[in-house]
Design a protein around this ligand. Structure first.
Ligand SMILES: [Zn+2]
Length: 243
């Protein structure tokens, strides 16, 4: 009985190792996805900034056009001013010119402010693009690293699968069948019973069943979680004492 138990325990160790490797390897695709998401966020930030700059450029062009138009108007009016004979008309036009010039001054100030803001926004894009490039570089390095780890884990799993086949061949056929069924739902599929408590579900097994496990050193099924159970004493004994 003990030998059967030991063989199955060894098989389960292989399965647990494979499961933990797979679990660890699972983290890598998620990390890659997270890095890609971060990069996407950085990309969107740059695009938003670019749209803002493009808006400001349009505003600036419009403002420049307005200033040119106003200046042309003032020039025309000034020519007309020199041709004025009537004092009343002269002073009316002179006032218009004054107003237009003041408006132009305001627009020129606005243009200067906009130009300054535009310069700042362009610098900000440069900074963000540098950040993005750094992030991208980091990401590709990290991806290579993660892919390497993934490949490593896969080859370890492959190695373990070979060993598993070997170990499985020495497990009792009936026990193996049962184990394979439980393992698909629960791992570990075989657990010890310590002081009457199943280590898989922490429920007490019926005292009679526990006694049977201890005296027979065999296996049974936990009535609560359906795992294969055995008395831990069965595996704890020294090999010489049990045979
Ligand atoms: Zn249980």
């Amino acid at each position: 009985m003990r030998e059967k138990l030991k063989a199955l325990a060894e098989l389960q160790n292989v399965d647990l190792e494979v499961a933990s490797l797979r679990k660890a390897a699972d983290v890598h695709p998620r990390q890659i996805a997270e890095l890609e998401r971060e990069l996407g966020v950085a990309r969107s930030a740059i695009e938003a900034e670019r749209a803002r700059v493009s808006d400001m450029e349009k505003q600036k062009a419009q403002l420049e056009q307005n200033i040119t138009d106003e200046k042309d108007k003032v020039k025309k009016w000034e020519t007309r001013l020199s041709e004025q004979r009537s004092t009343r008309e002269y002073s009316a036009l002179a006032r218009e010119i004054d107003i237009a010039k003041k408006a132009n001054l305001t627009m020129a100030e606005e243009l200067a402010e906009l130009t300054k803001q535009l310069g700042g926004a362009r610098e900000a894009i440069k900074g963000k693009e540098a950040d993005y490039a750094t992030k991208q570089q980091g990401l590709s390095g990290r991806m290579t690293e993660l892919r390497g780890k993934l490949g490593e884990a896969e080859s370890q799993v492959k190695g373990l699968e070979g060993r598993r086949a070997e170990v499985a061949s020495s497990v009792d056929a009936t026990l193996l069948r049962r184990y394979e069924v439980v393992r698909k739902k629960k791992l570990p599929a075989m657990v010890g019973v310590v002081a009457g408590t199943c280590q898989g579900c922490n429920m007490n097994v019926p005292p009679q069943l526990y006694n049977q496990l201890r005296t027979g050193l065999g296996t049974d099924i936990c009535p609560s979680c359906n795992r294969i159970i055995y008395a831990v004493e069965a595996l704890q004994e020294t090999p010489a004492a049990s045979k």
